[in-house]
Design a protein around this ligand. Structure first.
Ligand code: HPA
Length: 275
């Protein structure tokens, strides 16, 4: 059984949000593990729990808080999603991407998708950042499958899904801050099990640099909605099998590294916002 939200009208949800807090945000930020403290960095923000927004899915993963934060950050009107619904929680794709459509309906033009990921490419270490240059959808499905949303394109171009200008800004500000950052291809798996070493070897052969369980559905829907997309991974672990035969992986380890990285991740995104 797929988990569905009771109401699936993102335009209605956006109207509800605007009534609650008149706002015209231009930039959206989705916070993955490790990026949570960004939610507290925005001064005088309006915080709305997902559970109050009509139709908004409430995910239940440790480390993801479930709030929409609206405010002005360094002079830019932002909408921040602290927490996301994951496919592995059993939500169907339209529910996983409901919040992306709400951001589009709020008028977001640039969307930064952040996540924790496992490093596949040699040399990637926990604590490194990767600006996503492209993705491989290994989820076995596509969020645009099914009825076509009104006014949207059926066959969406994904040639430059991750906007080169937003990405080069990320690389530049990271370098200025002295932070290790690479560009790389993000491969999305459904999870929730971690990958086997054989899968990781296969993904490396396919051209993946990092692996994670989110971001790709949101990026696809954001492109359909005409948003510019930036993706930023925080490497929390070396992917399965690459750290030797005695390596094991746990969500606790992912969260521990994410917590450690959080202050740097916040500084990086803050610098990116300022351009
Ligand atoms: N695999 C998949 N998702 C992840 C990982 C990983 O190794 N690390 C953090 N998210």
């Amino acid at each position: 059984m797929n988990r569905r939200s009771p109401s699936l009208d993102p335009v209605q949800a956006a109207r509800w949000i605007r009534r609650r807090h008149p706002t015209a945000p231009g930039v959206g930020i989705v916070l993955g593990s490790g990026f949570g403290p960004i939610a507290e960095a925005i001064p005088d923000a309006c915080t709305i729990p997902y559970s109050e927004i009509p139709g908004f899915p409430v995910g239940g993963v440790k480390g993801h808080s479930g709030q929409l934060i609206l405010g002005r950050w360094h002079g830019i009107e932002v909408a921040v999603l602290a927490g996301r619904a994951h496919f592995y929680e059993g939500f169907d794709m339209s529910t996983v991407t409901f919040s992306t459509r709400v951001l589009a309906a709020l008028g977001i033009r640039d969307l930064l998708l952040t996540n924790a990921a496992g490093g596949i490419r040699r040399g990637l270490k926990p604590g490194d950042f990767v600006a996503i240059s492209d993705h491989i959808n290994f989820l076995g499905t596509n969020p645009l499958r099914g009825p076509l949303a009104t006014g949207r394109e059926r066959f969406v171009d994904m040639t430059a899904a991750y906007d080169p200008e937003l990405r080069s800004r990320m690389l530049r500000v990271a370098k200025n801050l002295g932070m290790r950052i690479r560009e790389g291809v993000y491969l999305a798996v459904s999870g929730p099990s971690f990958e086997t070493p054989a899968e990781i070897r296969a993904f490396r052969t396919l051209g993946a640099d990092v692996v994670g369980m989110s971001t790709v559905p949101e990026a696809i829907v954001a492109r359909q909605c005409g948003m510019r997309v930036a993706g930023l991974s925080c490497i929390t672990n070396v992917a399965a099998g690459l750290a030797g035969p005695n390596q094991s992986l746990s969500h606790g380890e992912v969260l521990d590294v994410a917590r450690e990285v959080a202050p740097r991740a916040t500084r990086l995104v803050e610098a990116w916002i300022q351009g």
